[in-house]
Write a protein that binds this ligand. Structure first.
Ligand SMILES: C[S@@+](CC[C@H](N)C(=O)[O-])C[C@H]1O[C@@H](n2cnc3c(N)ncnc32)[C@H](O)[C@@H]1O
Ligand code: SF4
Length: 376
């Protein structure tokens, strides 16, 4: 029987100073002092309850996301990591990422986060243009963003990432490229470069800003991609670029249909049990309910029929080939069960099959939804 999939742990911190108008992540405006110690105790209780699902399997990556995790003190993060290590088998070489916003208070804590055990910091820069930052409802400015990145690069962390968005309201090609050049000049080993999407349940969703037209968006994408490549970054997912050897191991495991246990408000888990059943769980979204001790909100056993779509959904976002063996190992299904869909995807020119791999083509990337529908 194949080994169980590689395992990650995700931890969600649900508070922000204010809600950004484009954001549909599970984040809540901080109204009073954040109950950091209580919340950490709940995270650890949540983990203790789920621990039986993973037994002593080794956890290879850990990601503290939000929300704004950097609103928590370094002492709180230390307590959290200590509590986690007491409860699970965390690899001594684990990549331990924490998302941080570039405010002054947060930046002053970066070194202490590293001392607490964080090996990788991901900074939410979004843009280096003060006017754009204001339009995005951000509370930091370009100077703070550059300072935060500079601090990270001095710390000798295993890696750090800058999050940048493009296709911003009324953004021109030259403005978008100027943002990228500034990011590249700060030399992050990893750069996430997202096109702004307007999400329905956000302020931008109800009052959409004027976005650049399709032609400009395409030019931004093409020239930006070229700029990143010539600076030594390799694209490995639609929005993720890294210097060789610096891909985010946590996100890679998620996109490759690995397993992840998730604790905290609204966090999603996907775990393969030793009997090869796959369970998905979602935790209670609102801090009030979660901190009343009602951690689990929903759970769902992933049926055999659902597995092919779920496997390919994220897998085809990656640029690397998909090993055919990974399909049967991770879904516990025989490749024959998807042969008709595969043959159709090949004949439509969406994927190419070799004796070992499947590779998505440019046409497949362009028609990703049609490709995925074949596996429904
Ligand atoms: C979990 S979020 C936020 C992390 C951190 N709180 C921050 O705002 O900097 C991770 C990243 O997703 C990106 N993002 C969030 N909403 C987006 C949207 N509507 N369109 C494109 N990218 C988005 C941003 O670059 C953000 O930094
Ligand atoms: S984008 Fe980041 S800071 Fe803004 S509301 Fe979302 S999680 Fe919070």
């Amino acid at each position: 029987m194949p080994k169980l999939p590689p395992l990650s742990l995700y931890i969600h911190i649900p508070w922000c100073i204010q809600k950004c108008p484009y954001c549909d992540f599970n984040s809540h405006t901080r109204k009073a002092e954040i109950p950091q110690d209580d919340y950490i105790q709940h995270l650890l209780n949540d983990l203790s309850q789920d621990q039986q699902l993973i037994g002593d399997r080794q956890v290879l990556t850990l990601f503290i996301g939000g929300g704004t995790p950097s609103l928590f003190s370094a002492t709180a993060i230390y307590q959290l990591l200590k509590g986690i290590k007491d409860r699970i088998n965390l690899s001594p070489k684990a990549e331990i990422t924490m998302e941080a916003n570039p405010g002054t208070v947060e930046t002053s804590r970066f070194q202490q986060y590293q001392q607490a055990g964080i090996t990788r910091i991901s900074i939410g820069i979004q843009s280096f243009d003060d006017q754009k930052l204001q339009q995005l409802g951000r509370i930091h400015d370009a100077k703070q963003a550059k300072y935060a990145a500079a601090i990270c690069s001095k710390l000798n962390l295993a890696s750090f990432n800058l999050d940048l968005m493009h296709g911003l309201p009324e953004q021109t090609l030259s403005h978008a490229l100027a943002d990228l050049r500034q990011a590249i000049a700060l030399a992050p080993p990893h750069l996430s470069w997202y096109q702004l999407t307007i999400e329905p349940n956000t302020l931008f969703g109800s009052k959409p800003p004027k976005l650049p037209d399709e032609d400009i968006l395409w030019e931004i994408y093409q020239e930006g991609d070229e700029l990143l490549r010539s600076a030594g970054y390799q694209q490995y997912e639609i929005s993720a670029y890294a210097k060789p050897g610096y891909q985010c191991q946590h996100n890679l495991n998620y996109w490759r249909f690995g397993d992840y246990l998730a604790i905290g408000c609204g966090a999603h888990s996907k775990i393969t049990l030793t009997d090869r059943r796959i369970i998905r769980m979602m935790k209670t979204r609102h801090p009030k309910g979660y901190m009343a001790g009602r951690y689990l909100d929903q759970q769902h056993w992933v049926s055999k029929e659902e597995r092919p779509f779920e496997f390919f959904m994220n897998r085809f976002r990656l640029l690397e080939p998909t090993p055919r063996k990974a399909f049967s190992d991770l879904t516990n299904l025989n490749e024959d069960s998807i042969r008709p869909a595969l043959d159709q995807a090949i004949s439509q020119g969406y994927i190419v099959e070799t004796s070992t791999d499947w590779q998505i083509t440019n046409k497949g990337k362009l028609f990703l939804n049609s490709l995925l529908e074949l596996f429904l």
